[in-house]
Design a protein around this ligand. Structure first.
Ligand SMILES: *[C@@H]1O[C@H](CO)[C@@H](O)[C@H](O)[C@H]1NC(C)=O
Ligand SMILES: *[C@@H]1O[C@H](CO)[C@@H](O)[C@H](O)[C@H]1NC(C)=O
Ligand SMILES: *[C@@H]1O[C@H](CO)[C@@H](O)[C@H](O)[C@H]1NC(C)=O
Ligand SMILES: *[C@@H]1O[C@H](CO)[C@@H](O)[C@H](O)[C@H]1NC(C)=O
Ligand SMILES: *[C@@H]1O[C@H](CO)[C@@H](O)[C@H](O)[C@H]1NC(C)=O
Ligand SMILES: *[C@@H]1O[C@H](CO)[C@@H](O)[C@H](O)[C@H]1NC(C)=O
Ligand SMILES: *[C@@H]1O[C@H](CO)[C@@H](O)[C@H](O)[C@H]1NC(C)=O
Ligand SMILES: *[C@@H]1O[C@H](CO)[C@@H](O)[C@H](O)[C@H]1NC(C)=O
Ligand SMILES: *[C@@H]1O[C@H](CO)[C@@H](O)[C@H](O)[C@H]1NC(C)=O
Ligand SMILES: *[C@@H]1O[C@H](CO)[C@@H](O)[C@H](O)[C@H]1NC(C)=O
Length: 278
């Protein structure tokens, strides 16, 4: 009886599955746009639509957004984002400020209507993504004298690379070594002092790769000298240890011999009855 029930259940399940598979293949997802053209494209009453002023702001936002993204993509590799796109970012920031903080004619604000009227919050999300990107680029880190020195030394190094790259690379390694060392040293110093804008970071990264991978030059990095010093000291540690323990044991041995000689003499002397032993 229960077996019969089970097989019936199985048959039902199978039928159901077949039906579902068929339904899937027969009815593809309905075309959303055709659906919306009939039911949602109708306009809402005037006071629910965004105003002319906000429409204008949205239009400017769009233009500046596209300009900035265009710039970002063109400057993506090798990174020239800070050099090329700072001005278009600041334009985008300005118009976003108009939307989020400022008021237009008749003290009208577009903050609520453009930024937070729905769950998706397209304008807010788009802007906030680019804002994060810009923050992580560190483009706002201040120019210092070190930065300027770094840029000119980097320029000299790259010029040197250009000059020698066609010939024998041994020549290049020898001639550009000093400049490369300088640029590395400067970079190390700047790196320690907090933020580094991505353009410089990337330029240094590429220069290092050129030097060691493309030109196969050895590394006169900052860290080489201390590392060598520490490791040679480490190498000598066992020698020092053995030497000192050797010397120490020699000293002990000498003391022992001295002591035993002394003992023998004093025992002998006691035997002779000249000295008394305690
Ligand atoms: C960056 O801007 C300069 C001029 O401002 C232009 O010549 C260069 O092609 C731009 N580079 C990129 C990658 O957009
Ligand atoms: C944005 O705000 C600034 C300063 O309040 C104003 O000068 C500018 O005209 C505004 N831009 C637009 C498109 O309304
Ligand atoms: C806008 O607001 C300021 C103060 O916030 C007020 O002095 C001014 O009269 C307002 N203008 C309009 C057109 O409401
Ligand atoms: C850059 O300098 C300005 C003022 O000179 C300062 O407010 C800002 O915090 C500095 N930025 C960084 C990243 O140090
Ligand atoms: C930066 O360099 C200029 C000229 O090389 C010099 O006059 C100035 O004092 C330097 N500033 C700092 C903070 O070192
Ligand atoms: C170095 O700077 C000079 C002048 O500013 C420029 O003409 C040259 O292209 C730069 N070299 C490199 C490798 O960037
Ligand atoms: C490069 O030049 C050095 C001497 O300047 C020479 O010893 C070496 O063989 C040369 N290498 C090549 C690939 O020409
Ligand atoms: C870091 O910057 C401060 C001033 O901005 C400077 O006095 C200090 O010497 C810098 N440190 C290094 C390691 O360059
Ligand atoms: C330097 O270049 C390497 C290799 O392309 C990359 O993996 C790394 O993230 C770069 N470092 C920085 C700080 O950009
Ligand atoms: C650098 O060295 C590697 C292996 O040592 C070699 O495969 C490569 O061809 C060399 N590159 C140049 C530019 O000499």
């Amino acid at each position: 009886m229960s077996q019969h029930k089970n097989s019936l259940l199985l048959a039902l399940l199978t039928l159901n599955t077949i039906y579902m598979v068929q339904a899937d293949s027969l009815n593809p997802a309905p075309d959303m746009s055709s659906l919306f053209s009939t039911s949602l494209m109708s306009s809402f009453p005037e006071d629910l639509e965004i105003s002319g002023y906000c429409k204008e702001l949205l239009f400017f936002f769009k233009q500046r957004y596209v300009t900035f993204v265009d710039c970002l993509i063109l400057a993506a590799r090798p990174v020239k984002v800070c050099q090329n796109c700072s001005s278009s970012y600041s334009m985008l920031q300005d118009i976003y400020r108009n939307i989020s903080d400022q008021v237009g004619p008749g003290n009208e604000s577009c903050r609520d209507s453009l930024l937070s009227s729905d769950r998706l919050m397209v304008v807010y999300q788009l802007y906030s993504n680019l804002q994060d990107l810009w923050t992580s680029s560190n483009c706002e880190s201040n120019l210092t004298n070190d930065t300027l020195n770094f840029l000119s030394t980097l320029n000299q190094t790259l010029t040197c690379f250009e000059k020698y790259q066609l010939g024998n690379h041994t020549e290049l390694c020898k001639s550009c070594k000093k400049m490369y060392g300088d640029v590395n040293k400067l970079y190390g110093r700047m790196e320690k002092n907090d933020t580094m804008c991505i353009d410089l970071e990337d330029a240094m990264n590429m220069t290092r790769r050129l030097w060691s991978k493309n030109f196969n030059c050895s590394l006169p990095r900052d860290e080489t000298v201390p590392v060598l010093a520490v490791s040679s000291f480490m190498l000598f540690l066992p020698v020092i240890f053995y030497l000192s323990s050797f010397l120490h044991s020699e000293q002990k041995k000498r003391k022992l011999i001295h002591r035993s000689l002394l003992d023998r003499y004093s025992i002998k002397a006691a035997g002779d009855g000249i000295f008394s032993v305690r």
